[in-house]
Ligand binder design. Structure first.
Ligand SMILES: [Zn+2]
Length: 106
């Protein structure tokens, strides 16, 4: 027996558990089947075609009727706190909270 074979722990495990060559092949096939390797190589064209849809679209903004600030549609204005002419946010309270959190970070 060669030195490389003597030092290999797998060789002793095979002797102890008496795993035949046929069983070993089946075991490796089970292990490799669990690994989920890619079936085919992805070509550069494949990657580029996929990446063609990665681009982000810019958000469309609406203008606030009260203060004229650019806002997201169907959302309350961050500047004045109104939505469809109604006051829904306490802007002064929000500003005070932001100042407080900024101080706490420092
Ligand atoms: Zn506004």
């Amino acid at each position: 027996m060669s030195l490389a074979k003597k030092q290999n722990i797998w060789y002793y495990l095979l002797i102890i558990f008496d795993i035949s060559r046929h069983k070993r092949v089946r075991l490796w096939r089970i292990i490799y089947n669990c690994m989920g390797l890619p079936g085919h190589r992805r070509t550069s064209g494949d990657k580029r075609r996929r990446a063609a849809h990665f681009a982000l679209t810019p958000k469309t903004g609406a203008t606030c009727a009260k203060c004229g600030k650019v806002i997201l549609s169907h959302r309350a204005c961050v500047g004045c706190g109104t939505y469809k002419g109604r006051q829904v946010l306490n802007v002064a309270k929000r500003a005070h909270r932001q100042v407080k959190s900024a101080k706490a970070k420092k």
